[in-house]
Design a protein around this ligand. Sequence first.
Ligand code: BGC
Length: 377
Amino acid sequence: MTLRVTAAVMLAFFIATIVVSAPQAEAKANMQKQSFGKSEDGQPVDLYILTNKHGMEAAITNYGGTVVTLKVPDRNGKIDDVVLGYDKLDDYAAGKAYFGAIVGRYANRIAHAKFTLDGTTYTLAKNDGDNHLHGGFNKRVWTAKDVSSSHGQALELTYLSKDGEEGFPGNLSVKVVYTLTNQNELKIDYSATTDKDTVLNLTNHCYFNLAGQGNGDILQHQLMIRADRFTPVDANLIPTGELRSVKGTPFDFTTATVIGARIDQDDQQLKLGRGYDHNWVLNSGSAGSLSLAAQAYEPHSGRVLEVSTTQPGLQLYTGNFLDGIRGKQGKIYNRRYAFCLETQHFPDSPNHPDFPSTVLKPGQHYQSTTVYAFSTR
Ligand code: BGC
């Protein structure tokens, strides 16, 4: 009898322990939130830490929707942060590189900071010589919400870009959801609606170095891009309008090629970009289904990054303008210490009626997805 009572008590205690400790175990598994300081206009800014089963971790701030750190295992399980960035919010506020940020309302350049839509000419802020570049979403405080699910820990960020902001028409409601999956993917879902005809081109501006941020240049990474054509540029990095075949040029990445193999060749387009700073026309086209766009491989760490997207274009930017920026953990970022693979519509599309359209109208629902998937070999 006593034995039975003791057993029953022990069992009850055991169950109670499980029940009581379960929420704690859950809490640890949840997305963590910590303060990241205050914006220039005094708004509190936070850093959200997303983790998955395999030790991958993404720290994302609601300032600009910026990916601050992205920690990924190498082939031996050693974790490194593979994106460039800053330790402090103030540096993001002062910076000009768009490290890790959500870029909009229009990713990349709009020539002469002007475009005409429905017969009205809109004049935008000039922030790149005579051009408009990338817009200002990267310096706004977004509203954050934990929307984690069985797919992984997920952070929803929303922002209302007011009619006339930086010269663009229409009140634009933007939503970006970052999900860190248990397949070691950082998935980014973008959506938006407007109350007036406008143009829209959203991307993320992570600067990757698969050997670890600040650990030298990226010239030994191997890169494959699934694109037979690219959009050549003029001296101001504005597309000329031509869709040029990559065949026989340093822009042919249809089979994996070391980034540094041809980057300094005597090629007019490479000279204009000071390296690669061009948009590739993805073979998957503009049908909008999620397709593999590019794969990068770093031989020492064994890390592989696969980029899939619903977008028709991909900007490869090889950090040509990095000029000794002091970044995270005191690392110095020199020229070509990172590469960006920015999924997008083509630069300056509002001035190129032949390019896939970037117009968004009231009643339409903008939706795009990009997945950065990590593995090793
Ligand atoms: C552009 C570069 C620019 C960089 C940082 C890239 O998307 O193509 O020309 O320097 O972003 O703004």
